[in-house]
Design a protein around this ligand. Structure first.
Ligand SMILES: NC(=O)C1=CN([C@@H]2O[C@H](COP(=O)(O)OP(=O)(O)OC[C@H]3O[C@@H](n4cnc5c(N)ncnc54)[C@H](OP(=O)(O)O)[C@@H]3O)[C@@H](O)[C@H]2O)C=CC1
Ligand SMILES: O=C(O)[C@@H]1CCC=N1
Length: 266
């Protein structure tokens, strides 16, 4: 019997499955992944996962069902599986902008629903995942927490902050990746070959993140250590700020949060 069925083996569903297997939390044969076409699940099959294009069959006997389709696709999926759920099955939705109440409106008010908002670093066990629920029992939340803690860090938050979590953490991966790309492009302009510039930018970004994780210091206190008086760092930093660096980041995060909240009813 499978323990976990992931409906929607796309970017995040498949990443979640791979992450959970690579950290040893589940064995591949304990996870079933679905898509609308069985032919599209070849890679999943080759890795030993169960695969199916029949969502109703795929959820039979599963302890946990993860809904990992687009917000625009989830209604159809929920309507399809509604009525096939068994008592005690836990539903975890990773869909942006879909509330626990939206899920229960279709799957039934007595359904236990927990929302999770991971990011794609889940594939390598480095996700920042936010978890929320309206009224799932503590043991259900703890179960979901343990799963996502095996593939990164977890914060349990109020459900009304889930769209904000989407912007900061799930979309956030893309924002930091773009910042790294921009740094490497700057590196090329000042003399490095692209592959060296990218390697340097990536390791520098990793060092910055690890500094904060390991010291718990505020970013600005670490910045103070880099910015020599009349030096080149403060000159570059201030030039970036004059061009709206922090402002652009903040505005982007605010717009993403706004957009995330409206995806279900688009
Ligand atoms: N990508 C990310 O970084 C993150 C995404 N999310 C959320 O996760 C959800 C999935 O996003 P993402 O993985 O990027 O999207 P994808 O489009 O990559 O994945 C969705 C998957 O669902 C499958 N699918 C669609 N309809 C059905 C169906 N009826 N039955 C079974 N499978 C179906 C699609 O396959 P096919 O078309 O072959 O059926 C596809 O593989 C979204 O709600 C998103 O908001 C949350 C956090 C991060
Ligand atoms: O862009 C999106 O809508 C999804 C949700 C969070 C990350 N990717």
């Amino acid at each position: 019997m499978n323990k976990l069925t992931i409906i929607g083996s796309g970017n995040i569903g498949f990443s979640l499955a791979k992450g959970l297997v690579s950290t040893g939390y589940y064995r591949p044969e304990e996870i079933v992944l679905t898509r609308r076409s069985i032919a599209a699940l070849e890679e999943e099959r080759s890795l030993g996962f169960g695969t199916s294009s029949n969502n109703k069959e795929a959820i039979q006997g599963a302890e946990i069902i993860v809904l990992s389709v687009l917000p625009q696709q989830i209604k159809k999926v929920m309507e399809e599986i509604s009525g096939s759920l068994s008592k005690g099955q836990l539903v975890v939705s990773v869909a942006s902008g879909v509330s626990c109440q939206d899920v229960k409106a279709i799957l039934g008010e007595d359904c236990t629903v927990v929302r999770a908002m991971p990011n794609t670093a889940i594939a390598i066990g480095q996700s920042m995942t936010c978890i929320a629920t309206d009224n799932a029992p503590a043991d259900a939340i703890a179960k979901v927490e343990r799963i996502f803690e095996s593939v990164g860090s977890v914060v349990v938050i109020n459900e009304d902050l889930m769209t904000s979590a989407t912007a900061l953490c799930a979309c956030g991966i893309a924002f930091f990746l773009r910042a790294i790309r921009a740094a490497s492009q700057g590196g090329v302009e000042i003399g490095f070959h692209a592959h060296d510039a990218l390697k340097m930018a990536v390791q520098t970004a990793k060092g910055a993140a690890d500094l904060l994780l390991q010291t718990n210091n505020h970013p600005e206190s670490e910045i103070d250590k880099v910015t020599s008086p009349k030096g080149c760092t403060i000159a570059g930093l201030n030039e970036m700020e004059h061009n709206g660096f922090s402002s652009a980041f903040i505005k982007g995060i605010k717009l993403s949060a706004l957009k995330a909240g409206g995806l279900y009813n688009e």
